[in-house]
Design a protein around this ligand. Structure first.
Ligand SMILES: [Zn+2]
Length: 244
């Protein structure tokens, strides 16, 4: 199983959770929210290649951490993975739109200059500007739209751009989420949890809860859970193969 977007470093005991992920035979992409978190977070990947760590600057705090772009550039050669990055169009962040855009553009440009990275992208209430930014930086590398919640026409545009999607249990709870997943090309879908942000009731999801997403995706695809699991694994291999 694969959790291609979670925040191991935001759990109270990240190294213990990482150990449990290994025990569950999970492949994990642990994204980070600030460049200053990178040196400590990257240690989660030590001890095998099942856990990979992405260097990020979350759009919800882009206005507070724009001054960390220098750190971002400095650490970028140390990883093939970038995230969580992107744009967030929530009304309470409207006044920070310009910061977000500058930060995201800077990151996409830096990824392109570095020869391309695998990028986990946040696009809440901002699918169109995110797609515009990605289209403007075609050499940034493969982008995975995590927990995509745009419209059907924005989804269609993302599919035409050959982007990837990571889908988690929280997204699959809603009818709209399931309808979006049904329209995603099967060979571009991965699983995620966005733990510990994403919750089931009042309890944060754990990375291994990604099995719930696999089960739901199998239902949407009308295939057996084993077949869904094998498609998802081959998607993951296709995405990461060029960088191994
Ligand atoms: Zn996240």
């Amino acid at each position: 199983m694969i959790d291609f977007h979670c925040h191991l470093d935001l759990f109270p005991e990240p190294f213990a959770i990482a150990e449990k992920c290994r025990a569950h035979n999970l492949y994990v992409l642990s994204v980070t929210t600030t460049p200053s978190a990178w040196p400590r977070s990257r240690e989660l990947s030590y001890g095998g290649d099942r856990i990979r760590v992405a260097l990020g600057l979350h759009p919800q705090i882009a206005h507070e951490r724009e001054n960390e772009l220098g750190l971002f550039d400095r650490f970028l050669p140390q990883t093939k993975y970038v995230g969580e990055v992107g744009l967030d169009g929530s009304p309470e962040l409207a006044k920070h739109q310009q910061h977000q855009k500058r930060v995201f553009d800077h990151i996409l440009k830096a990824c392109g200059r570095a020869g391309g990275k695998i990028i986990s992208v946040h696009s809440r209430r901002a699918a169109t500007p995110v797609l515009d930014a990605i289209a403007a930086h075609p050499s940034a590398g493969p982008c995975i739209l995590h927990w995509f919640s745009g419209s059907m026409s924005e989804l269609k545009r993302a599919v035409d751009m050959d982007l990837w999607f990571s889908v988690g249990p929280a997204m699959l709870v809603s009818k709209k989420g399931r309808q979006l997943v049904a329209e995603m090309p099967r060979h571009r879908v991965l699983t995620e949890t966005d733990s510990p942000f994403a919750q089931r009731g009042a309890t944060p999801l754990m990375p291994w809860d990604v099995c719930e997403a696999e089960g739901e995706i199998a239902k949407i695809w009308q295939v057996s859970p084993e077949e869904a699991s094998s498609i998802l694994l081959s998607n993951f291999r296709e995405l990461v193969a060029p960088v191994r």
